[in-house]
Design a protein around this ligand. Structure first.
Ligand code: ZN
Ligand code: ZN
Length: 363
């Protein structure tokens, strides 16, 4: 009896650390970004495949992955024109959404109905999300498909314009894209797709006032996918976790991209995201002209700060790397500094191609 009791006690001690580790691991890998003043920050992936087109998994598993990654919103966007498993499955184009939606409702993940209109270039592939009936997008003429998606109230974006399988040597905006754009059929564009960043897409988004998106376009599982450092996601700044608020966020271009441990987006939005991500504590040592800083980054994006050229070299470390969900300690030497703040470049927050965000560290 004594031995049994001892074994139970021993098992408890053995199990507790294992449970602790598992929980810890989950928290570390779950994506987190703070809310802004007026809007909440939602982590979204608007381009996802399942076995109902050429994806490898059942639709409800996409919700499981979303939970593991800490996502709030996913869109199921199976190909309309490419369904290699149709001998084994009913490839009704609405089925994958229906299955994922039920699972999403059980776990608080918002699942949006979508489809990928899949053509050779031009126009390439376009995603339509917030649609009513994906089967009606199965049309001969691609313009009829986007018109139908638009008439269903869909939000349409051009996928992976830089994909080298479709644009190997050049990245061109074709006449058919202009025709779609003039008809109000293109609302957004993927600047990031899977492991690729497309600078041309970002330039077009700025020029034509399109919403920028960053999506996984996942076919395999998240664990098996060779993402650049992490799953790429779109941050949508919206009032609430509802279809209409997320849609409003997309329409009003309240998005930022998280890709390759960098943030891309509108200056005002990502500047606020940065400020909300940093908890700053200061301690003054006036006698020695020093200010000791303790900065905690609560977000999943590392934050890399570089002093501007006019800051004296001895004043502040030449590169401050604040890891995701991590702390940093350093001091500023205020001798000969007459400003009330130091201007830093945020090396991994971009407001345009090669345009880094500025951040003022108050002294
Ligand atoms: Zn595609
Ligand atoms: Zn796709």
């Amino acid at each position: 009896m004594k031995t049994v009791f001892k074994n139970i006690i021993l098992s408890i001690f053995l199990v507790i650390p294992l449970l602790g580790n598992a929980q810890y691991h989950r928290q570390e890998s779950t994506l987190y970004f703070p809310d802004l003043d007026e809007y909440k920050t939602y982590k979204c992936d608007f381009h996802i495949h399942t076995a109902f087109s050429d994806g490898q998994v059942w639709p409800d598993y996409r919700v499981t992955e979303a939970i593991m990654d800490g996502l709030d919103v996913i869109a199921i966007t199976d190909h309309i024109e490419y369904t290699p498993h149709e001998d084994y499955l009913n490839c009704d184009h609405n089925s994958s959404f229906e299955i994922a939606k039920q699972e999403g409702e059980r776990h608080g993940v918002l699942v949006i109905k979508g489809a990928e209109i899949t053509r050779s270039m031009p126009p390439g592939h376009l995603n339509a999300i917030f649609i009513q009936d994906a089967n009606k997008l199965d049309t001969e003429d691609v313009m009829d498909a986007v018109a139908e998606a638009h008439n269903q109230g869909g939000f349409i974006f051009w996928n992976h314009p830089c994909w080298d399988a479709q644009q190997p040597d050049t990245v061109i905006w074709f006449d058919i894209h202009t025709e779609m754009y003039n008809n109000d059929y293109i609302d957004g564009i993927e600047v990031v797709n899977f492991s690729d960043f497309c600078p041309e897409a970002w330039a077009w988004a700025k020029e034509k006032d399109l919403t920028i998106l960053s999506n996984s376009d996942i076919h395999s599982t998240t664990q098996m996918s060779k993402f650049v450092k992490h799953r790429p996601i779109t941050l949508v700044f919206a009032k609430d976790l509802t279809e209409s608020d997320i849609r409003n966020g997309l329409e009003d271009k309240r998005t930022a991209l998280f890709y390759n441990e960098c943030i891309y987006g509108d200056e005002e939005l990502i500047s606020q995201l940065l400020i909300k991500s940093l908890l700053i504590e200061k301690r003054y040592d006036k006698e020695n002209n020093k200010i000791f800083f303790d900065i905690h980054n609560i977000s999943s994006a590392p934050i890399i700060l570089i002093p501007s050229d006019n800051t004296p070299k001895y004043a502040i470390p030449k590169r401050l790397y604040i890891g995701a969900k991590s702390n940093i300690h350093f001091y500023v030497n205020t001798k000969d500094i007459d400003t009330r703040s130091i201007t830093l470049k945020v090396e991994n927050f971009f407001t345009g191609t090669d345009e880094e965000l500025d951040f003022n560290l108050d002294l």
